[in-house]
Design a protein around this ligand. Sequence first.
Ligand code: 13P
Length: 261
Amino acid sequence: MSIRPLFVGNWKMNKLRADAQSYCDKFCELLSSGPELDADIWLSVPLTCLDTVKDALAGYSGKNSDRLAVGVQNVHWLEKGAHTAEVSAQMLSDAGARFSLIGHSERRQYYGEDDEHVALRAKAAIDNGLAAVVCVGETEEQYRAGKTEQVVKQSLRTSLSSLSAEDCKLLNIAYEPVWAIGTGLAATPEIARDVHRLIRAELQELYADSGAQVRIVYGGSTNPDNISVLCQQEDVCGGLPGGASLDPETFYKLIVNGLGA
Ligand code: 13P
């Protein structure tokens, strides 16, 4: 079985609801006028835009509409309780989210999240029917010290420690080297290939055949010009752009180029 590519636009902390609406209008216009795209296309939006984007996508029934989903950028592991400002997987699912990013490096770097929390979040997401996009990647210091393999392996093992082979149906992995995020300096295709290969080997060791079907996408300074060669690497099953997903035309072009469509 071949793996359907996945492109996730991570808006991070950007866009007001009116911008989200006009973005979706333009993006759907592009999808309807272009070719059939054999990929899942997800928008990872701020909570305040979730409803707007959900309704906009639900109101679009043109070409590629069945490939679209909206999701969020984090999820709490508990169902409910005294956790001011947190939002549970059940709440997100109830509000129309279909997936969540988990363990993005900005959460790890600025908000102290670690692999143990990632494991809890991923399990809660999947148990509540949300797809998980678990992010791993080494810092610049670790990269320079030649520790990429060790760091990614360890991070992945702990981050996935609560998941079973059955959970792989809703699991996606993003390799995002921290030094490539927002720097304009994407990983070379060779680096992406090697790390994705390593992640695939780990997934297969953990989950056998189920691990062979998990999508592994690359993120970090992707754009419409560099995505094609990155996606040509074995085990690179799509992209997770940040900056390049903020403009609908650029995101659309990135997807088309990534697919070679
Ligand atoms: P950039 O594409 O802006 O480098 O961001 C990548 C990222 O962090 C996506 O989650």
